[in-house]
Ligand binder design. Structure first.
Ligand SMILES: Cc1cc2nc3c(=O)[nH]c(=O)nc-3n(C[C@H](O)[C@H](O)[C@H](O)COP(=O)(O)OP(=O)(O)OC[C@H]3O[C@@H](n4cnc5c(N)ncnc54)[C@H](O)[C@@H]3O)c2cc1C
Length: 405
């Protein structure tokens, strides 16, 4: 059973049919993404063809509510699309996931702001691509602190941010950036600001020449905005936005991309072992045992992502449930668990296919997938997340129940 079948089983028939239609659109994008994935990786270039296909299939606006011109797609439906794309091109899948993580914050927290509603209408109609700027020089991956600040002057503001990593910053139509609420605010008193690409300047300060995820083009930039309407600042504290939408969307959609990468690797290993079995009928190839272990680990990984999605869908719309300590711990655990599992699974698959996987350009090549998936434990360091969980555990009461939280 795949993730879609499990998630679809919980959906009414009409919603399941709509999810099927989304899958078909994502599969067409995945075919285009797969055709260019090696070239994107080699050149470390933006997956332009895949993103053009995402726009042509109108998949960038699906999360926007129907009342604003979107399709009201759920997190589970978007997760399935991340997995489909992750099998084809990790970078294109991560671009799609990061776009929808940012859109989740707008959809969850922007509906009472006329400016942000108009923005969501534009995202759906013009298929605007959204990037994220949380990481900052001097702060690193500590999402819940900022040094830069919104500096208000009457009804307008200015912002200067040393953004040390913004994936596809040069290609995005819109950047959602964290900043302190005002110049005197504490580093943890943050807001989320929407910045259109034609309203800002981006001076490149570092180039993303990395081991993997090369096509995300996550360069560093000095970001400057001046004279922008204060209406572009989401009024809700970023602490609530992070807890109620961003944390869940990040860990569940990243996890779905990594599941896509891992499931592709296991499929390659299965095809390899089946080929060996056909060569020597009557004998079980030696790699079959390792394949069984990889398939076992993949199932455990899938169960973790699917259980996280189910908990999120059940809590959605209930700010208290989404802000609960147990819910944050669950999401942190999803991230640290599946990011490590994904690396382990791709390595196991590589050990099954051997040199045919280590070499580039064979039907079993897994070098790109291994390099890409190694980013998973670093993408907000697992150590940082575990130390956050450690703090939360000091005050959490365990339930010990199997079927409920
Ligand atoms: C593919 C990819 C795309 C990305 N895209 C974006 C993007 O679009 N926008 C964006 O803003 N950022 C982006 N990032 C950056 C990401 O969100 C993190 O900020 C970044 O991965 C953290 O970098 P760092 O390793 O320097 O970690 P830091 O958080 O700076 O930590 C450095 C080291 O210190 C250790 N450490 C730090 N704090 C603790 C702690 N409390 N407990 C234990 N150990 C600790 C960690 O183990 C880590 O190794 C991206 C990263 C990747 C890999």
């Amino acid at each position: 059973m795949n993730v879609h079948v499990e998630v679809a089983a919980a959906l009414p028939a009409a919603a399941a049919a709509a999810a099927g239609a989304l899958d078909a659109r994502a599969k067409r994008v995945a075919e285009e993404a797969a055709r260019h994935a090696d070239a994107v990786d080699r050149a470390g270039r933006f997956p332009a063809e895949a993103v053009a296909a995402l726009k042509a299939e109108r998949l960038l606006g699906i999360q926007v509510p129907r009342s604003l011109g979107g399709e009201g797609a759920s997190m589970s439906e978007i997760a399935e699309l991340c997995a489909i794309l992750g099998r084809a091109c990790s970078a294109a899948a991560m671009v799609f996931a990061m776009h929808h993580i940012k859109l989740a914050s707008l959809v969850t927290h922007g509906l009472d702001s006329a400016w942000h509603c108009t923005l969501m209408e534009r995202i759906a109609s013009e298929q605007l691509l959204i990037a994220s700027s949380t990481t900052e020089a001097g702060i690193g991956g500590d999402l819940r602190n900022s040094l830069c600040a919104v500096e208000a002057e009457g009804d307008t503001f200015r912002l200067t941010k040393e953004a040390s990593v913004i994936s596809y910053g040069a290609q995005a139509d819109l950047i959602l950036a964290t900043a302190r609420r005002h110049k005197e605010a504490a580093t943890s008193d943050q807001v989320l600001v929407a910045l259109l690409s034609d309203q800002i300047t981006l001076e490149r300060t570092s180039v993303w020449d990395t081991l993997g995820m090369r096509g995300t083009c996550s360069d560093g930039f000095l970001l400057k905005a001046e004279g922008l309407p204060l209406a572009q600042v989401l009024q809700k504290p970023f602490a609530e936005i992070a807890a109620q939408s961003m944390l869940a969307a990040s860990h569940l959609l990243w996890g779905s991309v990594w599941f896509g990468i891992a499931s592709y690797a296991v499929d390659r290993a299965r095809a390899f072992v089946q080929g060996e079995a056909r060569k020597k009928p009557g004998q079980v190839p030696p790699g079959a045992l390792r394949l069984a272990e990889a398939a076992n680990a993949l199932q455990a990984m899938k169960s973790t992502v699917v259980a996280g999605l189910a908990r999120y869908e059940a809590a959605k719309g209930d700010p208290d449930a989404l802000s609960a300590i147990g819910f944050s711990i669950m999401l942190n655990n999803v991230k640290t668990t599946v990011s490590a599992q994904a690396v382990d699974i791709v390595q196991r698959a590589l050990s099954v296919v051997g040199i045919a996987g280590y070499k580039n350009g064979t039907p079993f090549s897994l070098g790109r997938q291994l390099r890409d998936v190694l980013s998973a434990p670093l993408m907000i360091s697992n150590d940082r997340i575990l130390s956050n969980t450690a703090n939360l555990l000091l005050v959490q009461k365990g339930s010990g129940k199997l079927l409920s939280a």
